[in-house]
Each structure stands twice: as C-alpha cells, then as structure tokens.
Write a protein that binds this ligand. Structure first.
Ligand code: ATR
Length: 247
C-alpha cells in the first residue's frame, strides 16, 4: 500500500517488511537509526515494547500505550499512533461520531486506540470484553463511560459497534450473536482477513451499515505517509493496492 502511494505521489521511497524477533527489537531499531530510515511501521508484537527504544513518544501514543509508527524527525526517532486516526476516519465515512453511543468489543492494544479515538471525538463508549475486568480497567483509564463482559451487549444501546478482538480472523466466527436490529447502526470490524467477516455479514443482514477492517488499515497508512511527507496520501490508490495484495 505504501509503495503504491509513493509511486502515485512521486515520492522516492520504498517500504519493505521485515520479521523481527522480540529479543532483536533493540538491535533492529539501532540499525534503522544507523541507516537513517525515515519511518518504521510497527506491528504485532512490538507496539508496546518499541517505546523503550525511541527518543520520544507523542502524548497520544503515550496515552494509548502503543506505538505503530516511528518517524525520524530532526535526527530523533519519534513514536506515534495512527491506528486510532485510521479507525475514526473509517467510521466517520458512515456517521458523525460526536454524541454517538459506541460499544467496543475487546480490551487489548487495538481496543485502546479505538476507545481513545471515540472519546476524543465526543462519543460515549462502553467497553465489553471476554475478561470483563480488563474492560473495566481500560474504560476507567481512557474515560469510557461503561464496561462489562461480552454477554452484556444485549442491554447496551448503541449507534456504533466496533470489534477489536481477533475473533473472526481467518475464521467464520463472530464475537457476538447476530444483532436483532441493525437499522441506523454502524458496525466496524478491525479484522480485515477475510474482508467480509461473519460479524459484518450478519450485521449487514440485520440492516446495519458496515465498515471493513481494511478501511482502518488504509486510513492509518495514509496518516503514516502524511506524517513524514507532509502530504495527503491518495486513499483510492491505497485501497486498490490493498485489494491487489489481499484478493
Ligand atoms: P490487540 O493488540 O490486537 O488488541 P490483544 O492485546 O492480544 O490484541 O487483545 C486481544 C483481544 O481479543 C482481547 O480483548 C481478548 O479478550 P481477553 O482480554 O478476554 O483475552 C480478545 N479475544 C481473543 N480471543 C478471543 C475469543 N476467542 N473470544 C473473545 N475474545 C477474544
């Protein structure tokens, strides 16, 4: 996706993927530093651990507790988080977030980014997780208004529902029972493989508008590109590149 965007933008740069073992993370960052690499996109399982190796972390990434982007700025490696922006941009294509009632499923690192974004945009948020205590902890840390177990979804009134758990990844499972009513609701899955998860399929059948995880991925990548080039990335080009890679 990044490379397709660079080509379309006329930016002379290339993204390459490397697998880095957890115990080699410090060396990998030192290597990137020595090479003067402009930006690193950081993925699982390094989003928290990478923080210890950076020169600074912006306040948003610090509050979320995870860095997915490291950008070289004036010779310093600065950590940021673009996952939350990606998720909000994807949701905002369907409905204004301010004043909305959201339910976030999950309480891991991705949930933290999504809850942060929703609170920041002025939505009220309820966090539901298999392990309810983790949902409660996350909710109180990030200013969500409620928390509970996944089973308490029935009682929850909501306009937005966002799955941040890994349920549905490369499988035909859903973290919740099919919704009774979907009309007027927006359901987003951060899982992007398969593109049409069971959660999204059932939500669509119930009348909800659905947003696939690919849009969060695309918009967070666009934000990464903006961070170091200072220019808006072509979202349509990113989307086409995603389709080519995944289809
Ligand atoms: P990430 O950084 O991608 O958010 P994570 O921190 O490992 O990943 O979080 C995974 C989330 O998926 C957690 O909320 C986890 O629930 P628990 O806190 O109860 O472990 C949730 N999850 C994973 N597998 C699940 C399953 N089979 N059913 C329900 N929730 C699941």
């Amino acid at each position: 996706m990044h490379n397709a965007a660079f080509e379309a933008m006329g930016v002379d740069a290339a993204y390459t993927a490397f697998d880095v073992a957890p115990d080699a993370l410090g060396e990998a960052i030192a290597g990137a530093r020595a090479l003067g690499i402009r930006q690193l996109a950081v993925s699982i399982p390094h989003k928290q651990a990478v923080i210890a190796h950076l020169d600074s972390v912006d306040p948003t990434a610090e509050r979320i507790g995870a860095v997915n982007t490291v950008t070289l700025q004036d010779g310093r490696l600065v950590g940021t988080n673009t996952d939350w922006i990606g998720a909000m941009k994807a949701l905002e294509t369907e409905r204004v977030l301010a004043g909305g009632r959201a339910v976030v499923l999950g309480a891991g690192g991705t949930a933290r980014a999504v809850v942060f974004g929703l609170v920041q945009r002025g939505a009220s948020v309820r966090v539901l997780n298999r392990t309810a205590s983790k949902a409660e902890q996350l909710a109180s840390e990030l200013g969500a208004s409620g928390a509970g177990g996944l089973e308490s979804l029935e009682e929850a009134e909501f306009d937005f529902l966002i799955n941040t758990t890994s349920v549905g990844l490369s499988s035909d499972e859903s973290p919740i029972a099919p919704l009774g009513r979907g009309q007027g609701r927006v359901v987003m899955d951060v899982v992007y493989q398969p593109e049409q998860t069971r959660l999204l399929r059932e939500a669509g059948q119930a009348g909800a508008r659905t947003v696939g995880g690919k849009w969060m991925l695309i918009h967070q990548a666009a934000e990464q590109i903006r961070l170091w080039t200072g220019r808006a990335a072509p979202v349509d080009v990113l989307a086409k590149a995603f389709d080519r890679a995944v289809m």
